[in-house]
Design a protein around this ligand. Sequence first.
Ligand code: CDP
Length: 217
Amino acid sequence: MPNANRFAVVIAVDGPAASGKGTIARALAAHFGLPHMDTGSLYRAVGLAVLRAGGDPADAALAAKCARTLDVAVLDDPALREPSTARAASVVSAHPEVRAALLECQQAFARQPGGAVLDGRDIGTVIAPDADIKIFVTASLDVRAKRRQAETPERDYAVVRANLAERDARDAERDAAPLRQADDSILLDTSDMDRETAIARAIALAEARLAEKAALG
Ligand code: CDP
């Protein structure tokens, strides 16, 4: 039974591209009756704004300006899901000025009364280091590439795989809030799980962590 109202629960879900973290975060939010923020969409929106301004995502000053003046209407734009936007997102997200501009809205979302679920790359490490539950969702590169290809069927598997590998490397190797598993997070490797199994496992892990915390008082 959903029981997040016992106290304000903050859940951080991180992981590499196409790991299924968004699906798991949405399922946890529904299970516990919590609001959910997909922080990747913020970086995608900044990347898209830079591209639409005719700029280069590597231009830190322009990307920071786009982050500071982000139009929330763009968060519903289907172009956010385009591979070109994903690539631009991973380039703009390496600029510390962009991350700084997006920090406050993410932290305010995490701090709201009643709790929240956020998914991204640095939720458990930077945005909400005190989160009650941290789950790091991963899967092998091949499995993630197959899943992403299923969302974009017209694309060549080798191209999808290469794009993911390039983005993983950039996200993990950047200096500003690199993708890494928080020491106190639970690892959920979904390589051999279908969607329903991964969701059930994540809910069970989250419930177990909450029960543990409750027992500690
Ligand atoms: O859906 P997918 O896993 O492909 O990507 P996403 O979560 O929408 O994130 C797009 C890009 O934004 C990532 O490749 C990261 O470079 C960046 N990002 C980030 O730096 N920090 C976050 N908290 C979330 C996303």
